[in-house]
Design a protein around this ligand. Structure first.
Ligand code: COA
Length: 150
């Protein structure tokens, strides 16, 4: 991982969408559309953040906060920058952020076949609380994960 002064987290804006879509397409077989990302820029419950390494857009996270609950809607790291600790950094930062806003839980869905993401969530203390059968377009199941934030 780069030194802290070279890592920056900041809110996304319209100018980021093109690069966000590029990372999204390298990350998911059924990527979100441009309109879905644009919507999150203006959704009042949504927080859409970019992680930059040496000023390069390296990943993003979108999460929602509803009173004392929060939900991660999307997270991805550019494939050239994976397995270097950035996903964990971004997620850990998000947990602290939602805690600061009063969230008591943080939830998400993950494809049961997505070992990298499942390991990341397990490492940060998320627990499996359910399954959504055939949740994804390719009919893979999703696992529902929750972390209680004390
Ligand atoms: C999931 C993802 C965000 C992880 O980001 P990353 O920056 O590569 O992850 P990190 O380097 O911070 O790794 C943190 C932990 O995640 C797990 N992990 C990450 N990549 C892994 C891999 N390829 N295989 C197994 N475990 C992995 C490990 O537990 C790792 O901890 P360790 O380094 O102590 O072993 C990244 O792989 C990605 O963008 N994938 C495509 C999009 C995606 O699947 N998003 C999640 C949707 S629910």
């Amino acid at each position: 991982m780069d030194t802290p002064e070279n890592i920056r987290l900041r809110p996304a804006d319209e100018r980021d969408i093109r690069e966000v879509i590029a990372v999204e397409k390298m990350s998911f077989t059924s990527p979100w559309s441009i309109d879905s990302f644009r919507h999150e820029l203006y959704n009042p419950v949504s927080y859409f953040y970019i992680i930059e390494i040496q000023r390069k857009l390296t990943g993003y996270i979108i999460f929602w906060i509803f009173e004392d609950e929060s939900h991660i809607a999307n997270i991805a790291i550019h494939s050239d920058f994976r397995k270097k600790g950035y996903g964990e950094y971004l997620l850990q930062w998000t947990i602290e952020f939602v805690r600061g806003k009063g969230a008591k839980t943080i939830t998400l869905e993950v494809n049961e076949k997505n070992t990298a993401a499942r390991n990341l969530y397990e490492k940060l203390g998320f627990k499996c609380v359910g399954r959504r059968a055939k949740y994804y377009e390719n009919r893979d199941d999703a696992l529902m994960l929750t972390k209680y934030i004390s």
